[in-house]
Design a binder for this molecule. Structure first.
Ligand code: BES
Ligand code: ZN
Length: 854
């Protein structure tokens, strides 16, 4: 177990830092091979740590040039992780500690700390990258004001806060807001900007800029519009105003994550900010909008109020994801957004929670914190906030947030602080609720029903499955939103919230004239797995009548899953009732197209594997693939006479606009084209490709053609058109792997790694190939184990260059316990091979060890 590893860090060991940092001055003299960093730390004893304390500074890979205290040189020798200065060598009271170090940004392939991307300098400091820049107490509870001077022969020199002075080859920045080191940023390069401005609610004028490489100016307008929308929304919905004179965003091609919320200087993976009609799909546009909002929202939830330690990561990430989800929901369609979020939660978080990597929303130990930026911390962390809000109500939610901002502004806070404001405003005891933060695993909600003499009885039971290190668990408080529907489709009991907190409880509804059909877990009111046996008639009834849009979709989804499961395990035929219900939904013009498009999407193969495993079967990837394929074909045949008409009805005429309504139509049209391709050999999709006037249509059509094995001409055409466009070529790489026939996937991957455009050092390109591979369920799990070997080979190679991305991509193996013994052994062998590899990082090492549970 990882818990025994001597490098393990425990929440229970938390201690405040020995000193307070009153201010820090940094001076950078930039050079690709030998950047010099001078730091002046104004330190004082921390009254919370009585007695004279040693100073311990974090530092990794730094060449120490000099060190001085109050101007007097000090002879110190750093160790592998930092620098210690004994209390005896320090003056009593406050002092200034100065260091100068040398670093080589051009050699930094880990993309953490100060590194270079296409000739541009940039930084990534969260979580613990600042220690690769200078010696410093690199922990989020040490907050201070930063003054930064940058010297370098480049036209644009940026850092946090407000610009204070600049000359030919230098610039000075001053950030008035105390912040932890992980929010520090520096950018220097030959950049052009896309400027705009925003007036805040109190009348402050803020200059807004998106900085990009020359040539990318034409892809900034959407990001800028999204930023302004986010700024306005945070004022209107949360009363939060921006607090500097300038807000800069920079697009970087080489970036491990999506984007980073550095104070006043957000740094973005270019794929998360650049968007234009001919290079980005509707999904890309929506994603840019939400990531820009997410990073902007961190200015309050993360920056003004930060985390006391990294165990509290969900304090900023769960809350900020919750806020960005709300934002997208307000700007677009709320039901569609909820369905998309639940799909993502199930695909990533339930998968994580059900395997060897399961951990609580607030973990209590880790080896490498970068491994805990997970779907559990993020998405389940956001669900927990949604539950809290349902429990206390909208008014108390707003009051709790106001209190949180007022009380903790400028502080590094904890989940206890967060829950305390809710307990205070609502008068509730949240002790049981807190289990959502400390217990891992997805609860199973078992539903049984009884109807007799006008009385409907609903019995709920919860099971909290064992997870690594947590064999047994107490029941959680689960908010279950339910409604009862009468035979004519009317709500006989409108939505109410059951606060279910026991292992088992029955709820009785008397005086009903006829047997109701219950709609349970409306809006997906809690992140649980519902087990309930419902007749096909009742599911079809809910699909037709549920007033809750989420549950209406869910009824079709569950029906589809149950049917697929029977097709796989009992060779059942596609059920006519299901096909008819799907057809009714797809052609129901009272429903928005985006919703209908989602309804047409069958459960993923990975989802089916999880479902079968939970039901006690050993999932056979090839059988799942075949059944899903057969059901898709049956749907196409069912709807055959009407598909062409729907396809043309969903054409969006005129110039491209990324708005939700147009995007919804395009999504439904592509869903229909996918069905048509099963019947016409792809002729309609091919036509759509050549007629396309935007990336959504051309890329969507390309994927459909590849799925049916008819994509090669179009694929070559696409490459020819976009060969010089890095972001579009990422799509080209990914789609071939994702849509490859299972037996051909490994060869496709091998060929792509030989392609001149493949670059192991670029995380987007690596993810395009190997992320798509793990997403091709049947291909990755081909019986010969070729997929497993390939992933292991490349993770081992990548780990030597970029441990963080290698570790994240290793989750391709996290579901190994679901499969048959042969596959299990092959996956375990791949993980063992990783563990034994030379130069293995802490990042990938921890992941492999946890997956192997040792
Ligand atoms: N703070 C993170 C970025 C980050 C993550 C830095 C891990 C270092 C290590 C940022 O706010 C974030 O959460 N970004 C997400 C996108 C967001 C929309 C969920 C990302 O990069 O994927
Ligand atoms: Zn975030």
């Amino acid at each position: 177990m990882t818990a025994a590893d001597p490098r393990t860090i425990y929440l229970s060991d938390y201690q405040p830092y020995s000193h307070l940092l009153e201010q820090v001055e940094l001076c950078f003299h930039l050079d690709p091979a030998a950047t010099r960093v001078k730091a002046r730390l104004h330190m004082a004893p921390n009254p919370l740590r009585p007695g004279k304390q040693d100073v311990r500074l974090d530092g990794e890979g730094l060449k120490l040039i000099s060190c001085a205290v109050n101007g007097e040189a000090l002879n110190v020798v750093p160790d592998a992780t930092g620098l210690s200065i004994a209390a005896a060598r320090l003056p009593s009271g406050a002092f200034v500690l100065e260091t100068e170090v040398e670093i080589a940004p051009e050699d930094n392939t880990a993309l953490e700390g100060l590194y270079m991307s296409n000739g541009m300098y940039c930084t990534q400091c969260e979580a613990e990258g600042f220690r690769k820049i200078t010696f410093y107490p690199d922990r989020p509870d040490v907050m201070t004001r930063f003054k930064v001077r940058i010297e370098g022969d480049l036209p644009v020199l940026l850092s946090n806060g407000n610009p204070v002075a600049q000359g030919a080859d230098w610039a000075e920045w001053d950030d008035p807001w105390p912040k932890p080191a992980y929010l520090f940023a520096l950018v220097a390069g030959d950049l052009v900007n896309f400027p705009d401005h925003f007036t805040t609610m109190s009348g402050r004028e803020v200059a807004l800029n998106i900085w990009v490489r020359p040539g990318d100016e034409g892809r900034c307008a959407w990001g800028m519009a999204s930023l302004k929308a986010a700024m306005l929304w945070d004022e209107q919905v949360y009363g939060r105003e921006y607090d500097l004179d300038i807000f800069n965003i920079v697009a970087v091609d080489d970036f491990n994550m999506g984007a980073m919320e550095n104070k006043g200087l957000n740094i973005f993976n270019s794929k998360a900010v650049l968007a234009s009609a001919d290079t980005a799909t509707d999904d890309d546009f929506a994603r840019v909008e939400s990531i820009i909002a997410h990073e902007y929202f961190h200015n309050w939830t993360g920056n003004r109020i930060t985390c006391r330690d990294w165990f509290q990561l969900c304090l900023k990430e769960g809350l900020t994801v919750y806020r960005d989800q709300q934002f997208s929901s307000d700007l677009r369609s709320a039901p569609v957004k909820r369905i998309q979020d639940v799909l993502a939660l199930r695909a990533r978080q339930f998968r994580e929670d059900g395997g060897p990597l399961a951990h609580p929303v607030r973990p209590d130990h880790y080896i490498e914190i970068n491994n805990f930026y997970t779907a559990t911390v993020y998405e389940k962390g956001a669900e927990v906030i949604g539950m809290l809000r349902r429990l206390v109500g909208d008014a108390d939610y707003a009051r709790a947030l106001d209190l949180y901002f007022a009380r903790h502004d400028g502080q590094a806070a904890t989940i206890e602080d967060w829950l305390a404001v809710f307990a205070e405003v609502s008068g509730r005891d949240l002790t049981q609720f807190k289990l959502w933060y400390t217990q891992a695993g997805t609860p199973v909600l078992k539903v049984s029903e009884d109807w007799a003499d006008g009385r409907y009885t609903l019995t709920l039971e919860q099971e909290n499955p064992p997870t690594p290190g947590q064999p047994e668990k107490a029941p959680k408080l689960i908010p279950v939103a339910i409604g009862l529907i009468g035979p004519n489709g009317d709500e006989v009991v409108p939505t109410q919230l059951l606060e279910f907190g026991e292992a088992k409880h029955s709820y009785v509804y008397d005086g009903l004239g006829a047997r109701p059909v219950a709609s349970i877990l409306r809006g997906f009111s809690a992140p649980v797995i519902v087990e309930r046996s419902v007749s096909i008639e009742d599911r079809a009834f809910l699909l037709a009548h549920d007033s809750d849009a989420f549950n209406r979709w869910e009824a079709g989804r569950t029906l589809g899953k149950e049917l697929l499961a029977r097709m796989i395990t009992e060779a059942a035929e596609p059920l006519p009732e299901f096909l008819a219900a799907m057809e009714a939904l797809a052609f129901d013009d009272t429903l928005e197209p985006a919703y209908r498009a989602l309804a047409l999407r069958l459960p993923s193969e990975d989802d089916m594997a999880a479902t079968l495993f939970a039901a006690g079967h050993v999932p056979d990837p090839a059988a799942i693939h075949a059944a899903r394929d057969a059901l898709h074909l049956a749907m196409a045949q069912q709807m055959r006479p009407r598909l062409a008409a729907l396809e043309s009805a969903m054409h969006v005429p005129g110039a491209y606009s990324p708005d939700a309504a147009s995007a919804g139509k395009r999504a439904l049209r592509l869903g229909v084209l996918g069905l048509l391709a099963r019947l016409d050999g792809g002729s309609a999709a091919r036509e759509a490709y050549y007629d396309a006037s935007n990336m959504t249509e051309s890329f969507g059509a390309l994927a459909i053609l590849l799925e049916i094995g008819e994509g090669s001409t179009v694929l070559a055409d696409f490459e020819e058109k976009f060969q010089d466009d890095r972001l579009v070529m990422d799509k080209w790489f990914a789609v071939q792997v994702a849509c490859a026939k299972p037996e051909a996937m490994a060869d496709v991957v091998r060929d792509l790694t030989q392609h001149r455009g493949f670059d192991i050092k670029n995380p987007n390109r690596f993810r395009a190939v190997f992320g798509a591979m793990a997403a091709n369920h049947a291909g990755f799990h081909e019986a010969d184990g070729a997929g497993y070997d390939l992933l292991a080979d490349w993770l081992i190679k990548l780990d030597l260059l970029n441990p963080q991305t290698a570790a994240r991509m290793s989750t391709g193996f996290e579901s190994w316990p679901r499969y048959d013994i042969d596959r299990q052994e092959m996956m375990r062998a791949a993980l063992e091979r990783i563990l034994a590899s030379k130069g293995l990082s802490r990042d990938l090492g921890e992941m492999a060890a946890r997956m192997l549970a040792r």
